[in-house]
Ligand binder design. Structure first.
Ligand code: ADP
Ligand code: ASP
Ligand code: MG
Length: 413
């Protein structure tokens, strides 16, 4: 007997037929004798619709009320799944975040889980009751509903798995595992059997939305064994058909590059003609930090006469207008010109083998040059290399790099 947390994403609970399919899968695990906590997302498209409703009523909405609205999709699917399980003769009940309680910080819209009380749930496991949990939501100290950021049900599942000391956390979705890149973009993408937490963390934070970044971070820290698998396949999680996210030492074969990730929602900002004196970079970035705007890939170039610099950096597209406003307002940057480019994408190659293999960057530069694609910004770290290019070349570049690193050819591991 194992204790398993299973999470079903939006497409897996998109309608009644699919919820019935989820109930069948949970029933099979229960029949095999496992204790089950099942986390559900809202039906696909529902959260987007709820977000849109808030913006329609007021673009400057109260974040606490936003959370009240957007968390509601998960309540519906949790209740429906509990009913579908009961119909199968399985004892089950739904749990909202506040009922558990799953306590979070009060940063509405991207709250962090602080504490989960699993006492009552565990008592009910002993009575063979399945717990069906609404993902994405928790409750703050002030007793307000808070949500965990888009894609947050993955984090609900991992946090619960850690708190319940579950044997495994199965993330059921619409693809049958983690691939070498988004299989919707590259048909030749290959499923990876085992991937390290480090690589998965990089892939997720660089745009592979199959797992929310925070969920991988938490799985890593709390040693949660994580599996990504399809809810549309016959096999259930206990048959281990998906991709296992695990410790590096459990992976026999290490690849130089293991995956390509990309993000489309970034903007490039260049501040031209800034005097080349100490403290000026701090003037550019201080107001951004103060306003919680994350900055990535900073590049500074000095003019040939050494008197001024240009500073280029990447931020999330949604923050671009605010950032420009803050920079323009800063009197200490008088004389500087600001340019924004929103038609850009970031493409990254990730692999733990990269540290010991020179030439990975060169392969990327050569491949993009052969396709006539210009790199606007480059950044590297131990296990990743990222470049910024024009949006129109995204698919061409991802496919070319996938081929160049031989990702379609490697043996499964
Ligand atoms: P869910 O609604 O189940 O949470 P998501 O849409 O959040 O599902 O995540 C699954 C999607 O992630 C897939 O449909 C796929 O298009 C995308 N994806 C991006 N990169 C990858 C990758 N490297 N491997 C697998 N899927 C990926
Ligand atoms: N329903 C939420 C969203 O669409 C949470 C999730 O699906 O993980 O972001
Ligand atoms: Mg998701």
């Amino acid at each position: 007997m194992a204790r398993i947390v299973a999470k079903f994403g939006g497409t897996s609970v998109a309608d009644i037929e699919r919820i019935e399919n989820v109930a069948d899968k949970v029933a099979r695990e229960v029949e095999a004798g496992h204790e089950m906590a099942v986390v559900v997302s809202a039906m696909s498209g529902v959260t987007n619709k709820l977000v849109q409703y808030c913006a329609e009523v007021s673009p400057l909405y109260d974040a606490r009320e936003y959370d009240t609205v957007v968390s509601s999709g998960e309540q519906v699917t949790a209740g429906l799944l509990a009913i579908a399980l009961q119909k199968r003769g399985i004892s089950a009940r739904s749990w909202m975040g506040w009922q558990i309680p799953m306590k979070t910080s009060d940063i509405h819209g991207k709250a962090r889980i602080e504490d989960i009380n699993t006492k009552e749930m565990e008592k009910r496991f002993a009575e063979q009751e399945v717990a069906v949990i609404a993902g994405f939501q928790g409750v703050t100290r002030r007793k307000r509903i808070a949500t965990l950021g888009r894609g947050g049900s993955d984090t609900t599942a991992v946090a619960l798995a850690a708190a319940l000391k579950a044997n495994r956390c199965d993330i059921y979705t619409d693809v049958d595992g983690v691939y070498t890149t988004d299989p919707r973009i590259v048909k030749k993408a290959r499923k990876i059997k085992k991937i390290s937490y480090d690589e998965m963390l990089e892939l997720a934070s660089l745009g592979a939305k199959v797992l929310q970044t925070r969920s991988v971070e938490m799985a890593y820290k709390r040693d949660v064994s994580l599996q990504v698998l399809s809810s549309f396949e016959e096999r259930v999680g206990s048959e281990l058909p998906g991709t296992l996210v695990t410790k590096e030492e459990d992976i026999m074969e290490k690849h130089v590059v293991n995956g390509i990730a990309f993000t489309k929602d970034e903007a490039k900002i260049t501040v031209f003609n800034v005097p080349d004196i100490p403290g000026v970079a701090a003037e550019v970035f201080r107001p951004l930090a103060k306003n919680n705007i994350n900055v990535d890939m900073i590049v500074q170039n000095t003019s040939s006469d050494g008197k001024v610099v240009d500073i280029t950096f990447i931020i999330s597209e949604k923050d671009a207008d605010t950032a420009v406003e803050l920079l323009e307002k800063n009197k200490k940057l008088k004389g500087a010109k600001i340019r924004t480019a929103k038609d850009i994408v970031k493409i990254s190659a990730v692999g733990i083998g990269m540290t010991s293999h020179p030439g990975v960057a060169q392969t990327m530069f050569k491949t993009l040059a052969e396709k006539g694609i210009n790199m606007q910004v480059i950044a590297t770290s131990e296990i990743k290399i990222s470049v910024i290019i024009d949006k129109e070349y995204l698919e061409l570049a991802v496919r070319a790099l996938h081929d160049a690193y031989g990702l379609d050819k490697k043996k499964k591991k």
